[in-house]
Design a protein around this ligand. Structure first.
Ligand code: WT7
Length: 630
């Protein structure tokens, strides 16, 4: 049995997983249903990189999420859907209903000629049909790529082009907070530059007026009536691609992280069951959006593989008021609640009155993910939401890792505020210094790397394997580099200190500084810009943009508004700078490299100690920038 029930057992499992990883994972993989078992557990090479798990194994992940549960759990709720508007009826979807809808939608996809290996883009709000579409793709072996429905038409179009998608699944509009948001119109814009897309399937959610293009667009609800509720699962190889999910890096445009069927399946279920200590009949709620990896692994795949009951929430934490999360917890008697530090801080700032209206006595375990959690937010969460008796799991992981890597095991690992604590079995973290020397011992700090593959490690970046190699595997020889800085304290506990590269973490959203810069530079008057993150009370990090304009502007506020509009158009509202400073020049070295270290310090307000500026081409720009701080 793969379930850890004591700290001693964690230690012995950990030991086993390091001494004999193949035997360890094989035992866990044996608990799944495979069409054919693997010939070999693992083959790996971090230099190329080439990583293969459960080699030769044949499976379909949806059979493990759905078919396998029909015997015992057919009438058990898989998803409680809580709509944005608390006055709209909620929906409870059982495992049987989910199975049937997935099969039906899989047949709809097939009827459009979509087949194994084809890429299907899903641009949808948080409704059950998004999970159904994800699973329907997996059912027929099509590769799903969910794009968060807050991204702009330009971002969406770029991704669809990068993947050569043949179809898009979307909705007419979305309900998120107070006013409806157009969705289909964004897709229409995006598709202007995407000739590969032959089919757009539209789920009617808001009923708003939209354009439907003959021969390309069809309604989900109509198509579902035409097909059968049985669809045999496509036989997939362990290493066939399951999905592509785009994520930002320190340079260039976002890259498509590729995850494959076998390893991802084994790892997400294992970590879901162990980290959250999920018990049969409990209700789990992860507040993430399926547009991010957290939603893929801990709303869709992990919980369904484990046969769990989850809440799926369409709305936002503050609508109709800041008590919404707590109201939903009471409504469904949620036992395990998993959210982001940014939400916790925002709700903390809204005051305890909203919390005190609710009982919250069903809660047993709390989780956090996405960014470092400050001690104050951790204590507030623990005391006011968990009432002092719910263990908090601070789970560290990434889009590239597929599942949680460093985290307490709920109720079993002793926690410390701000610490992700210890690696899960199968995970071998190391800290390295700038030169790549491994830092041994405790009470040390360095760059976080992982030295051995776990089953759901990134396999490639879609369409550009070299990019995967250079981003993750060449910084330090034979190590996977996470991009995070990390401290290991006197107890060997890990504390993630944040990104050490040019990636920002804004409200738990990962945004590359280079991406924002190139969006800003699209403004006609901007010649150059430099973007850095700075500490922000609620968002964790805010975005600070230094921009150089080609001409004098009488109305700087107008220019700033236009820049915000440009960024919204190119990326989406999540990437809008919080602060924009118009500058005459940027601090550059003689070789023309922008010294971001200085810009970061200025944005942080640390102007008394800017370090050595003597290597700058023109040190006087620094004084000017400091004077003009916003
Ligand atoms: C980056 C990955 C996978 C979860 C959603 C984010 C930061 C994530 C933690 C945590 C401190 C964290 C890291 C990481 N991060 N979880 N518990 N404590 N930092 O996935 O968008 O791929 O971002 O989020 O900096 O590298 P992502």
């Amino acid at each position: 049995m793969a379930r850890i029930t004591s700290f001693e057992q964690y230690q012995s499992e950990y030991k086993k997983s390091v001494e004999n990883p193949e035997a360890f994972w094989e035992e866990i993989a044996n608990e799944f249903s495979w069409k054919k078992k693997w010939d070999k557990v693992l083959d790996w090479n971090f230099e190329k990189p080439e990583i293969n798990w459960f080699i030769g194994g044949k499976l379909n992940i949806t059979e493990n999420c759905l078919d396998r549960h029909l015997e015992k759990r057919a009438d058990q709720v898989a998803f409680h859907f809580e709509p944005n508007d608390p006055n709209e009826n909620s929906r409870a979807i059982t495992y049987r209903q989910l199975y049937e809808d997935v099969c039906r939608f899989a047949n709809v996809l097939k009827s459009k000629g979509i087949k194994k290996g084809d890429r299907v883009c899903l641009y949808m709000p948080m409704i059950p049909e998004l999970a159904i579409a994800v699973l329907a793709c997996a059912r027929i072996g099509a590769i799903h790529s969910v794009v968060f429905a807050g991204f702009s038409a330009t971002s969406l179009g770029g991704r669809i082009q990068d993947m050569h998608c043949c179809a898009v699944v979307t909705t007419d509009g979305a309900y998120r907070g107070a006013k409806p948001i157009p969705i289909k119109a964004v897709v229409d814009d995006a598709l202007d530059v995407c000739p590969s897309v032959e089919n757009v399937i539209v789920y009617k959610r808001t009923g708003e007026e939209i354009k439907m293009i003959d021969g390309r667009d069809t309604w989900w609800q109509d198509e579902m009536k035409k097909v059968s509720a049985e669809c045999p699962a496509e036989i997939m190889d362990s290493e066939d691609t399951l999905f592509i999910l785009y994520t930002s890096g320190s340079t260039g445009q976002p890259k498509g992280v590729v995850h494959t069927c076998g390893g991802y399946m084994v790892y997400t279920k294992y970590t879901f069951e162990n980290v959250f200590q999920y018990n049969d009949k409990e209700v789990f709620w992860c507040t993430a959006d399926i547009g991010w990896i957290t939603g893929h692994s801990y709303i869709v795949y992990g919980p369904l593989l484990a046969g769990a009951t989850s809440v799926m929430f369409e709305g936002v934490p503050t609508f109709p008021d800041a008590g919404r999360f707590w109201q939903v917890i009471d409504k469904y008697k949620v036992n395990i609640f998993y959210t982001a530090p940014t939400a916790i801080r925002a709700l903390q700032a809204s005051g305890l009155d909203f919390v005190n209206l609710y009982k919250l006595n069903s809660l047993r375990i709390l989780g956090t993910v996405g960014e470092p959690i400050n001690e104050e937010a951790w204590e507030w969460y623990h005391k006011n939401i968990g009432k002092g008796n719910c263990p908090i799991v601070d789970t560290w992981w990434q889009t590239e890792t597929g599942g949680i890597l460093i985290s307490p095991i709920a109720g079993i690992t002793k926690t410390k505020p701000g610490f992700a604590t210890l690696p899960l079995p199968g995970v071998q973290p190391v800290l390295v210094d700038e030169k790549g020397n491994v830092i041994e011992g405790n009470n040390v700090e360095g760059n976080l790397c992982i030295k051995f593959p776990w089953p759901s490690i990134i396999r490639t970046t879609y369409g550009n394997h070299e990019r995967c190699r250079t981003t993750y595997f060449t910084t330090y020889e034979n190590l996977y580099f996470t991009g995070d800085g990390c401290r290991r304290d006197e107890d060997g506990y890990y504390r993630i200190t944040g990104r050490v590269d040019d990636v920002m973490n804004v409200s738990g959203h990962r945004i590359g500084t280079a991406e924002v810069e190139s969006a800003i530079n699209m403004h006609f008057d901007i010649v150059e810009s430099a973007v850095v993150g700075y500490p922000h009370d609620i968002k964790g990090q805010g975005i600070y943009a230094y921009v150089i304009s080609t001409k004098e502007h009488d109305d700087i506020e107008m220019l700033k508004k236009e820049i915000l509009a440009e960024v919204t158009k190119i990326i989406g509202p999540i990437a809008k700078p919080d602060k924009i400073q118009v500058v005459r020049g940027l601090p550059k070295t003689r070789s023309g490299k922008i010294m971001r270290r200085i810009l970061r310090k200025i944005a942080e307000g640390e102007i008394s100690n800017l370090g050595d500026t003597s290597t700058l081409l023109d040190p006087s720009v620094v004084d000017e920038i400091v004077k003009g701080r916003v």
